[in-house]
Design a protein around this ligand. Structure first.
Ligand SMILES: Cc1cc2nc3c(=O)[nH]c(=O)nc-3n(C[C@H](O)[C@H](O)[C@H](O)COP(=O)(O)OP(=O)(O)OC[C@H]3O[C@@H](n4cnc5c(N)ncnc54)[C@H](O)[C@@H]3O)c2cc1C
Length: 511
């Protein structure tokens, strides 16, 4: 049989045997091998919600392999007398370290937090007692920010297909469900990604890589445009190459980099809150049913371009998930969302943010420096913490936000800690909160029942408000011969896949 690509529609609760039956019917034979290349849910017509599949078919598995000739990473392994130090074990840092080790570099990965098991127990204690640990929280610790997340693996990054394939196949080899390779909206859930992070780290160590937990980079010692040592709270680490992948929450690390001569500029980002609804309300609005066998939980993605206002959009929606207190420092308040693989929780949450330039947060300063932008953001995060007197999250109803009236009764939510009813719209500069208000009005027209939801806390971590100056080709930080600032904190990437891809690309520059 010749190789063929077949597009088919399948019901929401189809299984592999259904695909085989459908193929046998279409091919008039059951002597073939097949592979699903793409699978996406078509929910445009609520009376006909179905999966759309693109399937490759050939005479046997070998023939299928031959035609899937996608370019792959070529990691040349050889003896290299060079020490690479990577700061941060999130997707950018971890994947950079993995490539460097595979290529033969002596590779040391530094992480300010603990291993994922200890991190998980510290976070659970924090939610019960309010005792905050600056080393281990939703932002810091092994695996980085996305370890306690929905672990959506979507990315709008361009020109990263080779790196994305590498990340997905690495995750699959570490136990991820194979469907992440072909689903249009793949996700792992926090339960899967925690196990994967642990497994990948032990593989990395088995290959000779070294991981130093509870070790914080505090500065860089440089000579003539080269990093010679990474300074840490446990002493210096010698480096021939240095990769800093410290994420977007580590204000102290931004300061260390700037002190070492690394140049950043303020850039556009987004800020706002999280909205939450009962998941069954979202299912009803999106599917016209409270549940559909075979489907987990309905998603949404909304955008609004209100007149005379900043664009507003929903971000990082977590179906069947919960809102989490994701601050990296005790004196700041931010929230984010996470879900398990089953997405079986009772609530749906999403960031609801306005796309702004940091100048919108820096009154009377249209051109803030990177430090001024970071300071302005930090001040807002501190204001939210002050209003909530710690980790009680400020909230109001979406309807309250729209009508600018004080919230009434505490609604049911997934947030695991206390909640403080406040005039939430007053906590952001007026042009920003007015834009969000208009966005909420627009979204209430698009999703039935949207107004009845709750709007919570500060969502300030959609992407970094600054961008490092680095060479587009070599990816080296301007003015340095051996320093790479990568991942979300660099301002050149955002999200798990694009940050991992950024780390891989940088590592491949020296491989
Ligand atoms: C709750 C939550 C949910 C999210 N959900 C998703 C999602 O579903 N899908 C998605 O694509 N993205 C999601 N994100 C965003 C995603 O996690 C980030 O985009 C991604 O992790 C960025 O990767 P990174 O490696 O650049 O940085 P990070 O993952 O932030 O990792 C940085 C690491 O550096 C360490 N570090 C910082 N400073 C130092 C220092 N000085 N010394 C040593 N170590 C240091 C930190 O402890 C951390 O482990 C979520 C984020 C959060 C917080």
């Amino acid at each position: 049989m010749e190789f063929k690509e077949i597009v088919m529609e399948m019901p929401p609760d189809f299984d592999s045997a259904d695909v085989e039956r459908e193929l046998a019917k279409r091919l008039g034979s059951d002597d073939y091998a097949f592979r699903i290349e793409k699978q996406s849910l078509d929910a445009r017509k609520k009376h006909n919600i179905h999966w759309r599949l693109k399937v490759s078919v050939a005479k046997d598995a070998g023939a299928l392999e031959e035609v899937s000739d996608r370019p792959k990473l070529n990691i040349e392994r050889k003896k290299r007398d060079a020490q690479a130090v990577v700061v941060g074990s999130g997707p950018a840092g971890f994947f950079a370290a993995l490539i460097l080790r595979k290529a033969g570099f002596d590779t040391t990965l530094l992480e300010r937090g603990s291993d994922v098991a200890k991190r998980a127990s510290v976070i659970s204690e924090f939610e019960k007692t309010g005792k905050f640990d600056p080393r281990n929280n939703y932002a810091f610790g092994e695996g980085g920010a996305g370890t306690f997340s929905d672990a959506k693996l979507t990315s709008r990054g361009k020109h990263i297909s080779v790196e994305r394939d590498f990340v997905l196949s690495t995750y699959i080899s570490a136990g991820a469900p194979p469907e992440i390779a072909y689903l249009a909206h793949p996700h792992l859930g926090t339960d899967n990604i925690r196990k994967i992070v642990e497994k990948l780290r032990s593989d990395f160590e088995a290959e000779g890589g070294s991981v130093l937990f509870e070790t914080t980079m505090t500065g860089l010692r440089t000579e003539n445009g080269r990093v010679v040592e990474v300074l840490t709270d446990k002493g210096p680490v010698q480096a021939d190459y240095c990769f800093v992948a410290s994420g977007l929450a580590a204000y102290d690390t931004y300061q260390s980099l700037i002190d070492a001569g690394v140049s950043f500029q303020a850039k556009e980002f987004a800020i706002g809150h999280r909205v939450e609804h009962p998941q069954r309300l979202i299912n009803k609005a999106q599917w016209n049913a409270e549940s559909i066998p075979g489907l987990k939980a309905a998603e949404y993605r909304l955008t609004a371009k209100p007149a005379d206002a900043f664009p507003v959009y929903t971000f990082c929606m977590c179906p069947g998930g919960k809102i989490v207190p994701s601050a990296a420092f005790a004196d700041s308040q931010t929230v984010n969302g996470m879900s398990s693989y089953a997405r079986g929780g009772d609530f749906a949450n999403a960031g609801c943010v306005a796309a702004i330039h940091p100048s919108a947060l820096c009154f009377d300063n249209p051109n803030p420096t990177a430090l001024e932008a970071l300071d302005a953001l930090r001040r807002i995060e501190a204001d939210f913490a002050e209003v909530g007197d710690g980790f009680a999250v400020p909230y109001c109803g979406i309807q309250d936000y729209i009508k600018r009236r004080m919230p009434g009764e505490l609604p049911e939510t997934s947030y695991p800690m206390e909640m403080a009813p406040v005039a939430l719209w007053n906590l952001l500069p007026r042009p920003v909160s007015s834009s969000i208000r208009k966005g909420l009005q627009d979204f209430s027209r698009k999703i039935r029942g949207f107004r009845s939801g709750v709007i919570i806390g500060l969502e300030s971590k959609t992407s970094a408000p600054v961008r490092v100056s680095r060479d587009r080709v070599t990816m080296l930080v301007d003015g340095f011969d051996n320093l790479f600032v990568i991942g979300e904190g660099s301002g050149w990437a955002g999200g798990i896949i694009s940050s991992a891809a950024d780390g891989i690309k940088a590592a491949m520059r020296i491989v």
